[in-house]
Write a protein that binds this ligand. Sequence first.
Ligand code: SF4
Length: 975
Amino acid sequence: MPATPLHDPTAPPLPGAGTEIRNTTCYMCACRCGIRVHLRQGESGPEVRYIEGNPEHPLNQGVICAKGSSGIMKQYSPARLTQPLKRKPGSERGANEFVPIDWDEAFQLLEERLRHLRATDPKKFALFTGRDQMQALTGLFARQFGTPNYAAHGGFCSVNMAAGMIYTIGGSFWEFGGPDLDRAKLFVMIGTAEDHHSNPMKIALAKFKRQGGRFIAINPVRTGYSAIADEWVPIKPGTDGALLLALVHEIMALGLYDRDFLARYTNAGQLVNQDAASDDFGLMLRNAEGDIVNPLRPHNFYWWDRLSQQPVADHAEGADPALLGRFKMPDGTPAVPAFQLLEERVRPYTAEWASGITGVPAATIRRLAHEMGITARDQKIELPIAWTDSWGKKHDSVTGNPVAFHAMRGLAAHSNGFHTIRTLAILMSLLGTIDRPGGFRHKAPYPRAVPPNARPPKGPEAVQPDTPLNGAPLGWPESPDDLFVDAQGEPVRIDKGFSWEHPLSAHGLMHNVITNAWRGDPYPIDTLLIFMANMAWNSTMNTSEVRKMLNDKREDGEYKIPFLVVCDAFQSEMTAFADLILPDTTYLERHDCMSMLDRPISEFDGPVDSVRIPVLPPTGQCKPFQEVLVELAGRLKFPAFTHADGSRKFRDYPDFIVNYETAPGSGIGFLAGWRGKGGEKSMRGEPNPRQWEMYEKNNCVFQHHMPAQLQYMRNWNDDYMRWAQGAGLRRDRDPIVIHLYSEFLQRFRLAAQGKHKGKQPPDRLRQRVMTYFDPLPFYYAPLEEQATDLSKYPLNAVTQRPMAMYHSWDSQNAWLRQIHTENYLFVNPKTAGAEGIVDGGWMWVESPWGKVRCMCRYSEAVEPGTVWTWNAIGKAAGAWNLAPDANESQRGFLLNHLIREELPVAGGGTVSNSDPITGQAAWYDVRVRIYAAGADEPQQTWPQVGAVKAVPGMVTAPKRRSWMAGLGLGRKAAP
Ligand code: SF4
């Protein structure tokens, strides 16, 4: 007789059984798909039985991935924290000794400490967050507190992608723009394997391939999306900039660029001052007679008119700008169109030159350039959509060149990533593919000005006791005078963001916070609040040393970082170091919003925002971090959270979301849908007390479809600009001209040359700024590579996020652990064989900074000069409440031990191991060597760190059993 199945899915429900289905938004990765959660009543309340994709959701259209459907196991993970905890009096930090406290005590502790800091020196409080989706709220909290020491994880993720693109085309990939695969004919993905835009990208790729599109993947490793590419072009990590420069060279040499597009919509034809003796050398020449358009960002440029052979105001009626040539202005000033300077810049960047750096054959580079160029030129798209550009010209149709790109962290996470990504944006512009059908298309709230209008604070005087900052803590500098430095030009932020070391660090440098605070450079802080970031393990570089810093004490016995607050839903290596642990909820237990003020989920055809609505009550005493912030903001009487009489404005987070407006009466709040008293308005309108209900009834999502004439060419689309300004998405409505040549970068270079009357860098940084703030892209080897003996460390080592796990989020997930429970170093057989390392054998990987022992897996899908592994599978013993002998700690390993957060500086000192322009963490620059482990060595990963223990309120010894709602988990809480 066959065994009775544990569960027969075809059987009718048990008598009295009922399943409730609730809509919310997934958070098993950052993609934010709509989900339907099936609940069944269990012994002590509703329990999740099943999670499916919501077919009515615009983002994923019903598709769900392995991670999304495994959300059940996140909800019921034995790693969950369930109550606030305080480090046990008398115990050492890191010893994992905690006592339970209630929320009243936790709030009182925080309130007293933070009130004192706010009243004395607000910058002694630092708030840094990981991969959260509430930066509009956390940023507001920091601003209202008055501390500039705030950022999310962007600095160690992909700020190069954001900054490189936004400083060039006013938009970026993923949330703020992407490839139009519905209409593209050629798709080039570079530096991306798995992606934040996971399900939508898979849906789009499937359709693209079915329609006969050609997909080229450029990547050192052939995994993820690349596995279905028509062509894989292996490339050495950190050399993408060389390849892209050579592609630009070839396309320019072949004349395969879209001249009409460049002339009208980019600064290709704008004249650049070439008088080397002038303080304005390298800046755009300004036309006193020209149309200013926007006094905050004047547009009075010159073109050299090819027809009349004289300088004219840019976009003068009937003029045709010269893109090439060298000219003299009437006053004798030598002037050159920006495009000419670009052509001169890329002249030496030949395919042969790039081949020697990238490992890509010169013939392949030439073929790729030719294919991109002729696809863009010969397969033009024309849509019968009339529109009007910013200079008043009416167009009968929208046209497009069907070559699309997508790129992400593989390009970004290098110390040369900013210029690489600028080059990509320039290549896309040369092909004429910006916000046109078949190319790159923006998503609201982008496009934004180049650069966007928010600026960081400008000096130490911006930080005052008991006073909010007068602007956001983060922003987009457009001139040296926007830097956040003191009178000596030294940093004011703890992470040294917006200083001369990393002037355009739009997302901060979270990867340097602990090291800087530990060293007291630029100053010591008192309280560090970390939300959702495992800075004692996978979210930090130099893991072993940073762990020591977290525990290090001053001579007086006080910890160098005196008070460490960790808010997370799960126990981890990081919670072990906390003085106070705040238990967060899961995404199924809380309200949340993916806001237009932050990171919405917009589509190409219009703004989309969405919410999470709790489908379950919080577990134990868990409290959403948003509620913690709103509560603290009320207690500390932040002006934006308090009435004039000192009473609280907002009851809780849902109340805050409904009623907060960016300015009194602005009608702009966190959610764009169902605004106005009765929910009759969208984008802008008075607060609607029933807004959450309306989202709930509408699949937790609000979508606005713009009329067709607003959907394309948005950088220069007058109707779109008017609408966007009315909707509060843009302050101004001047055209967003593409910056092939960056005058903004040149301004920083002039300051370093002493030609700027305002802020200037300290002498030790002048050469650095002069070198890297080049107004045109150039290639340089990553900084770490320049400082490494490559004969000793010949290989690049990189990590990737697996499709089945989002970074470290899921190595506690019982279902997903069955896919990845240990990780190998993937090595090309030729490379491994040369070192005598066998497939499956134990080996050492060593960088100049440290070494790890791990297992080897042969792979042909990696270029021979690169080794790689999955990101963040390896854990410390006991972390996530895994058994101490779990594979994750015994056979899984973390590459972070080999990567440094700082590099030594010639002559002494250190500097962040980051891009010198943006502060982007250079995760993928490390160089290594490999060798076989000895036969007598333990078959266990190394280093091993002290085991992490379960804390009070966690379940102990979860039974090994299948999960069925209603049956419970048979768990016992730790005492
Ligand atoms: S792609 Fe991300 S958000 Fe979408 S279902 Fe998968 S885990 Fe959830």
